[in-house]
Design a protein around this ligand. Structure first.
Ligand SMILES: Nc1nc2c(c(=O)[nH]1)N[C@H]1C(S)=C(S)[C@@H](COP(=O)(O)OP(=O)(O)OC[C@H]3O[C@@H](n4cnc5c(=O)[nH]c(N)nc54)[C@H](O)[C@@H]3O)O[C@H]1N2
Ligand SMILES: Nc1nc2c(c(=O)[nH]1)N[C@H]1C(S)=C(S)[C@@H](COP(=O)(O)OP(=O)(O)OC[C@H]3O[C@@H](n4cnc5c(=O)[nH]c(N)nc54)[C@H](O)[C@@H]3O)O[C@H]1N2
Ligand SMILES: [Mo]
Length: 742
């Protein structure tokens, strides 16, 4: 009998036990210390050994033969030996560099890749591209593009401070918050995941504690399931949260529940906003009667909620999804205004919070150590694009665009290098991306699997998975530290990203800067030792690398819940001595900076823009994160067990269309259609349907995506000229019963 060995590793969805027999992963099991382990690990054995693994390097036939007849996405692939493929790739990089310069190389390479501090695909490829003279990078993320643009103007916080810095911890909420208002919910399903992993999943348990304490919890969302059962659900029409918040603000104003002292001492511009709220500037009073038909919430319910919010300690929490839509900056700005009117910013358990439940480590207050890092070096090319403007960039070389007060122009990209992401899962309007993707001369890609993007690259290098190499597992705010052991040899001819890039660097004459003659293990030990030294300065003792290897993991002596700082406390106490990072140093209800940009769609204070609707496509499509996986990862293995992606539709909408539970359906609009299986549920607001992301885009000739990827249907438009973020949520679709989904 083959011997079985088991070890613990970690991942973006937490720690788990991996069991190996011979050269195969055969099983996984939960990590004992995790009270609510994620199910995602179950897919690991099937996915790691799946037929969709890339077994060796490949080149696209049409690219190799310089044929113009085949398009990316429709071509065959030719296997090549490693050395030959690396030679060809390095020659091509050298050619493009010398003919068009480094600013013709796009290396943004957005994506989550895998956990592990050294073998982080994006850090690896960025360091490599820096060593060869730089690359056009991408700014911000698909997660929080609009928030990262608006919040610095309003609260003066960068991304890290917005997410982890000025945030009430769960323990502060438990101790002080009376009413928790959650726009977009707080979903333990999404909190399974965080960058580098959350080891103890406690979000669901936290809600049980809140409920036991009798806290009022309200989830305002198109879907009931966005928050645990203990919360009250107020269904809302997608994209109308600003209208609701305006009406709440109107009642606070009318009922004199506004903290006027706070507004004058800590904020600027309430007067300009008030004139809009009361309809003096646009002849529309933002009353509950006005908002009710827009949001689908009755005036009485709005008024009652406003009074509750105004009568005790209230925390307003926003899911990131609200800003992942056209005009996504506005709900974030408006929520800050509402919180400012309540005057509780800077009090424990009050004010505003972003992204709780989006990822599992928000709200945990463990000491934040400086993590082990593989330095990326400096990028000599300064040019960047807002991350989700990629198709615009490829379609409009040298084209002008606006972004957050800057007038910029797109670079002329000849080479795309992607490592650790899947744009043909994550980008909006994939039909448009398919057209844009034909433009570059060359696309190089590393991935362990034949994803939709790998199938659209010219040079494809097979990368190892995290189970085929050794690494350090550590995540911000998590008290656990892991040795991530190599469990099996590389599958097929796969190599580590580091090894692939080292071999390319050698061919390009920059091995000394990229690899410095070090093995992966030498780098890991170096990064680990520096981490241990830094932690020592913070009074935390870290085992030696050898010690960690033998114990597999340690729980560091960090008390989650101890480092409780009240967000904005110093600013509240003395706003002049401790100003915010905004131009006025105060909360900018009106921003002269934004007003100065003269964008019609983004005036100097928050405004409501009604979502655009088309009568042929009457249902609003949500495309949330998938509960059973991390984005598109392991998709081929998961798909084998299930039929199509499940589209949640209200029974009344299904009945109108003759659709029954389990029926194959087509979800369509003017961009194309995708297939799905109908799941009838009353947990979705009538008129709204929900299809999770994660499909490996595979369109048929008739623009039908057979993978069920909602991005076949989403808008690739940017949130606004201010944020230029991804605007995936909330587009119009029709759903029809499909007898044959091919
Ligand atoms: N409609 C719609 N679209 C969305 C969203 C939405 O809400 N709605 N959400 C958006 C958001 S917030 C995000 S973050 C994105 C996520 O989009 P992505 O981050 O692109 O999604 P992943 O599937 O995690 O892609 C990671 C890829 O890295 C590969 N990989 C894993 N480990 C390694 C490795 O070690 N080396 C290499 N080379 N590759 C590796 C995986 O196989 C996978 O193909 O999707 C966005 N798209
Ligand atoms: N299991 C799992 N968890 C994940 C991920 C994953 O792939 N798998 N991905 C992670 C990543 S990268 C990110 S960025 C986060 C994203 O975290 P979020 O952005 O919070 O998550 P979403 O799932 O996109 O959206 C949450 C809910 O918002 C609601 N919603 C949509 N539009 C509106 C609206 O206009 N108004 C209101 N009030 N509600 C709306 C929808 O009902 C949706 O279910 O999740 C992370 N968590
Ligand atoms: Mo994300």
């Amino acid at each position: 009998m083959t011997q079985r060995t088991s070890k613990i590793t970690t991942s973006h969805w937490g720690a788990f036990v991996v069991s190996v027999e011979g050269e195969r992963i055969v099983d996984t099991a939960p990590f004992d210390a995790d009270p609510a382990p994620s199910e995602i690990a179950h897919h690991v054995p099937a996915a790691v050994h799946h037929a969709s693994r890339i077994d060796r390097p490949y080149l696209r036939k049409g690219w190799l033969t310089k044929s113009k007849d085949t398009l990316r996405g429709e071509d065959e692939y030719v296997p090549l030996p490693w050395d030959e493929a690396l030679d060809i790739a390095s020659q091509e990089i050298r050619r493009i560099k010398s003919e068009h310069g480094n600013s013709s190389i796009f290396g943004g390479s957005y994506g989550w890749a895998s956990a592990g501090r050294f073998h982080h695909a994006q850090s690896q490829v960025h360091r490599f591209l820096n060593c060869i003279g730089g690359y056009v990078s991408s700014y911000a993320s698909y997660s929080t593009g609009a928030a990262q643009a608006i919040i610095p103007h309003v609260l003066g916080l960068n991304f890290h401070k917005m997410t982890w810095g000025e945030t009430n911890s769960w323990s502060q909420i438990e101790a002080h918050t009376g009413t928790l208002v959650m726009l977009g919910g707080i979903n333990p399903k999404n909190a399974q995941v965080s960058m580098g992993g959350t080891t103890e999943h406690t979000t669901a348990a936290q809600f049980e504690r809140f409920a036991a304490l009798g806290k009022r919890m309200v989830s305002i969302s198109p879907q009931r399931d966005d928050s645990p059962d203990q919360t009250d659900w107020i269904p809302i029409e997608p994209g109308t949260d600003v209208a609701l918040m305006l009406a709440l603000a109107y009642i606070l104003e009318k009922e004199d529940l506004v903290d006027r002292k706070f507004l004058s001492s800590h904020c600027v511009g309430y007067e300009q906003f008030l004139s809009y709220l009361l309809g003096q500037s646009d002849s529309q009073v933002k009353s509950p009667q006005w908002a009710a038909p827009i949001c689908g919430i009755s005036p009485d319910q709005i008024t009652a909620l406003a009074k509750t919010m105004g009568s005790g300690r209230t925390l307003i929490c926003l899911a990131w999804s609200l800003q992942r839509a056209r005009h996504g900056e506005q709900p974030y700005w408006m929520a800050c205004v509402l919180a400012a009117m309540l005057g509780q910013i800077g009090l424990p358990g009050g004010g505003i919070g972003f992204g709780y439940g989006a990822i599992g480590n928000v709200g945990k207050s463990a000491l934040r150590l400086k993590g082990p890092l593989f330095e990326q070096g400096k990028n000599p090319v300064e040019d960047f694009i807002p991350v989700s403007r990629i198709a615009d960039m490829l379609l409009n070389p040298n084209g002008a665009y606006d972004f957050n007060g800057q007038r910029r122009s797109y670079p002329d990209i000849r080479l795309v290098y992607w490592c650790g992401g899947n744009p043909f899962h994550h980008h909006q309007d994939l039909g448009r991306l398919s057209r844009a993707w034909q433009r570059p001369e060359t696309i190089i890609m590393h991935d362990p699997w034949w994803t939709a993007t790998a199938k659209r690259a010219d040079i494809v290098f097979p990368a190892t998975t995290q189970f085929e190499r050794e690494d350090i597992g550590w995540a911000k705010g998590d008290p656990y530290l892991f040795h991530m052991p190599q469990m099996i040899p590389p599958v097929g001819q796969a190599r580590d990203d580091y090894e692939i890039l080292t071999q390319l660097a050698a061919r390009l004459g920059c091995a000394e800067t990229f690899a410095q003659g070090k093995s992966a293990e030498q780098w890991i030990v170096k990064a680990y030792d520096r981490f241990a030294e830094n932690a020592g300065h913070d009074g935390i003792e870290i085992p030696s690398w050898e010690g960690l290897k033998s114990s597999n993991y340690v729980r560091l002596p960090i008390d989650v819940g101890q480092a409780d700082q009240v967000p904005f406390e110093a600013f509240r106490t003395d706003p002049l001595a401790n100003p915010l990072g905004t131009p006025s140093g105060k909360i900018e209800i009106y921003s002269s900076t934004i007003a100065g940009f003269s964008y019609d769609e983004v005036p100097g204070h928050p405004v409501f823009h009604p979502p655009q609707t088309q009568s042929e496509y009457p249902l609003r499509l949500l495309s949330p994160q998938p509960g059973d996986k991390l984005h598109s990862q392991f998709q081929a293995a998961i798909e084998e067990k299930k039929s199509h992606a499940a589209l949640v539709i209200h029974p009344a909408d299904a009945e109108d269309r003759g659709i029954q539970q389990g029926d194959p359906v087509k979800v369509q609009n003017n961009k194309g259609s995708c297939v799905a299986t109908a799941m009838l549920k009353t947990t979705v607001k009538p008129g709204v349907v929900s299809l999770p992301t994660g499909g490996w885009f595979s369109p048929s000739a008739g623009r039908v995506d057979l993978s069920g990827n909602p991005n076949m249907l989403t808008d690739d438009c940017g949130t606004s000229l201010l944020g230029q973020g991804a605007a995936a949520h909330n587009v119009g679709v029709q759903v029809i019963k499909a007898s044959n989904t091919q």
